[in-house]
Each structure stands twice: as C-alpha cells, then as structure tokens.
Design a protein around this ligand. Sequence first.
Ligand code: MN
Length: 294
Amino acid sequence: MNTVASTRSSTAAVTQAREVERLIAGQATSDGAGVKLTRVLTQPLQRRLDPFLMLDAFGTDNPEDYIGGFPDHPHRGFETVTYMIAGRMRHRDSAGHEGLLQNGGVQWMTAGRGVIHSELPEQEEGRMEGFQLWLNLPAKDKMTAPWYRDIQSGDIPEFTTTEGVKVRVIAGESHGVAGAVQREATQPLYLDLHLPDGARFEQGLPAEHNAFVYVYRGEVQVGETAVPVQRMAILKNQADRDGVVLQAKGETRALLIAGQPLNEPIAQYGPFVMNRQEEIFQAVADFKAGQFAA
Ligand code: MN
C-alpha cells in the first residue's frame, strides 16, 4: 500500500557529517515474565537522547528466553514502538485493541493517559528478534486518549538507494520517502537500514535532533568510529553538522533513530513517564483505583 519501490539517489547532500560521541553496549536484563533482553538505551541516557526513553533489543533462538512474554501491565505518558524482525507476538489492551505483530511489522502504541496491555508470544519454538523503543510525549499530550496501530511489514514504506541500501522508513522521512508514522512534537526518524558490504548511506539530520545508530548485523563506520554489532553509537550534536554518513563493513543491518528533544522534565517510575513526581503518584493512584481498565 504505502510501499515505494523506486530507486533513490544515495546522496542526500550531507556536507558535514556527524561524528560518534560514544559507544554503548547496553545491559543484559529481563522484564515481563522473565523475557531476556538487552536494555540498550537505559534511564541514565534519557536526558542525552531526549525524546527517547528506552530501547530494548531482544534476539534469541531459545524459547525459554521469551515464552513468558509480557503479561498485563500498565503504561502512561509516552508511546511504545515495537519492531519485530522475526517472531510473532499477540497484543491486547484495555482500550479494546488487539493485533498480531510479526516478521517485519511494527506496533505503535500511544499509552497517553493510560492502558493496560499484554504482549505474549504466539510461538513455542524458533527465533524471536526485535526491538522496543519508548518515545516520550510532550507534557500537553501525556493525558491524551490511548491510540494504537499495527503496521504490517508490507505497509512500511521502503526504497533502495543506487548503492543497494534497502531503507525501511518506520517514522519520519528519508530521501523524500515519508514513513509510516509522523509525530509533530518530536519529529522522530526511525529507519531500518540493510546495507551491502561497502555501501554508503547518507541521511540529513537537523543539528539539534538527538540521534543514535544501533547495529544488529555486521558493522558500520561512522566518521572516524567503527561501530560493531550490538552496539549503539550516540551521534554528536554540533551546529555545523547536517547529517550522518554510514559505511558498511560486510553485510550490515542497523537502526538509525533521531528526534527533536522536548527539553521538559522527565519523571519515571517503571511503566509511567511523566514530568513531575506528583504526576507519578497520581498515575500509581489512578492505576490502583482501576482507572486504566477501559
Ligand atoms: Mn508494554
């Protein structure tokens, strides 16, 4: 439907490319009912990577690592974006939404004033691999009505550059191709890049937007820094830099994520992310009073 099949030029007129500020390995942890994952974007990085609050990477062939899934739990004040590379996960929430997330698909959920949802695997064997990104909402939208969209793999806009880089545009815009989701306040860019060995990819980025690359296959060179597999590279913000250039070493897959910072206070308690501590107390009270359940 939205898929763009045309070939796009590999040059996006990046004149001064950003360099890497630092590499992050993430922390092995478990969440939900014992699901093993790597928390790549952790709480201490929330201010640096505003408007992004969390990035979890999961990838395993062992069902014991994922079979418990994420039974009923609440969220308030932000959006969750789940990108499934391989596997099948069933979503149900208290706003009446239900969907099956599978191979290459994205689930975009706006928790807003509050939902209770479950995310449970619909497979007992085989590979489960993907990512969950948390995107903050501006203060004015934190108590908005919950919203939800399942985007099947075939509905994610895609293009291939002249250098053979396949670009899946989950959010934002790349080389003139609009992504599946747009957000005015945070202008998120979310690209999944599949690069052949040696291929270059350029992406324009506003200098003030916070940006990072996460490599999940192969390796990329970003400026003077080699970014190995399973590493996040935080990109420097400098006024005179207008984008990023990636060059693959071997067959590579990487996420490129960027957004406009909200520059608002962040108060987080587990699955609730608000601006002030009083709002967190209110979220806990509202949840205990059953106000999240439809
Ligand atoms: Mn959740």
